[in-house]
Write a protein that binds this ligand. Sequence first.
Ligand SMILES: *[C@@H]1O[C@H](CO)[C@@H](O)[C@H](O)[C@H]1NC(C)=O
Ligand SMILES: *[C@@H]1O[C@H](CO)[C@@H](O)[C@H](O)[C@H]1NC(C)=O
Length: 223
Amino acid sequence: MAILDLMEVRISAIFLLGSSFLSCFSGLVLSAIVRLDSIEIYKTHEILKSVKPKVYFSCKGENKTDLPDVKKSHELYKFKGEESWQPLTELPDKKCKRCGFYEKDVFKSDDVFDEWEFCPSDFTSDGKYIRFKDNEVNATFSCPKCTPSSTGSNSASDSHKGRKGMHVALIILISALISTVLILGLIAAYKYWQKKKREQDQARFLKLFEEGDDIEDELGLGI
Ligand SMILES: *[C@@H]1O[C@H](CO)[C@@H](O)[C@H](O)[C@H]1NC(C)=O
Ligand SMILES: *[C@@H]1O[C@H](CO)[C@@H](O)[C@H](O)[C@H]1NC(C)=O
């Protein structure tokens, strides 16, 4: 039936629209920019204390970011986020990177302050993350687009993502509702059209019979 075909086309169009909307939505939060807010190192790995440490940040497979300002231990360095080497890195959505703070060494391999799995889900709802390693480093990061994990213990941080999820759910619900109403309407229209057609056919049939009787009568008279 043509109407049934039409309905099928309509349903697949709605699904296509929904999925493209979702992929577009996730594309907006595909990767998030991370900035370094502050850093404090608790020691240097140099044997000669007079030598200034050369601290840098790096993620596996990426370029090193030198932190030229960080020269002394036990001093808190705060950043505005606009420094020449900012932003520090980018984190993909729902994926961690192996990153760390290191100290350049001339004679042997670089020393490690701390190396860890840097995950967008580690950030709190206000986009902050503190990385602290005893006796080595304390660094704070900001990433407004990073979302805390929904399985995390931080319930306050979940509200933001929860709202976003509700938004998507609402849109899906509304489109499902609209398509249901549309489909029901189409079915009702089709049923009505069928009924009307049947009635018309019946009427025509009956009329044919009556006309037939008339002809017979006429013929009867004629003979
Ligand atoms: C890494 O540095 C090189 C040379 O400075 C540059 O050409 C390249 O684009 C950089 N890569 C990234 C991912 O920043
Ligand atoms: C690390 O630095 C941040 C920002 O300065 C500070 O709020 C926090 O208390 C520090 N953490 C520790 C364990 O010193």
